[in-house]
Write a protein that binds this ligand. Structure first.
Ligand SMILES: [Zn+2]
Ligand SMILES: [Zn+2]
Length: 146
């Protein structure tokens, strides 16, 4: 399954004229396989041993290339640690307030909200962001043990 998605992503990059380096391939693969919405730093740590010459800045620059090609979403949270998400089908995020884990769940895009916002405000709407907050199963279990 991931192989097909990696190939597809590589094709998209090629079409937009992006050169595929071994580092780019590895970062993309990591993003597709991990599901954990990593920061640039997380990706750097995961691939460090494979690419000793790579820096966090290189990882970040590559992520920006992917973002420009529409493959990756950047989730910013008002601090320096943006998280990166391989763009798949419509999904929203549930975020654990204890450990910061971000989990995907499928839900059809809330187009009506965008339409209404356009209608009411006269804006041309590009996107929206909805997040759900709570405590993940693991953190709930941990707090029960104490
Ligand atoms: Zn948690
Ligand atoms: Zn996600």
């Amino acid at each position: 399954m991931p192989e097909g998605r990696i190939k597809e992503a590589i094709n998209t990059l090629k079409k937009s004229g992006v050169r595929i380096t071994p580092q780019r391939h590895a970062i993309l693969e990591y993003l597709i396989v991990t599901m954990s919405h990593p920061t640039a730093d997380d990706i750097y740590k995961a691939l460090e041993s494979k690419f000793p010459n790579m820096s966090v800045a290189t990882v970040y620059n590559n992520l920006r290339v992917f973002k420009k090609a529409g493959l990756v979403n950047e989730l910013t949270y008002g601090d320096s640690s943006s998280r990166f998400d391989f763009s798949t089908s419509d999904h929203y995020h549930v975020i654990c307030e204890e450990c910061g884990k971000i989990v995907d769940f499928s839900y059809p895009g809330l187009d009506e909200v965008e339409n209404l916002a356009e209608h009411v405000t006269g804006f041309s709407v590009n996107k929206h962001r909805m997040e759900i907050y709570g405590t993940c199963a693991e953190c709930r279990e941990k707090s029960l043990k104490h």
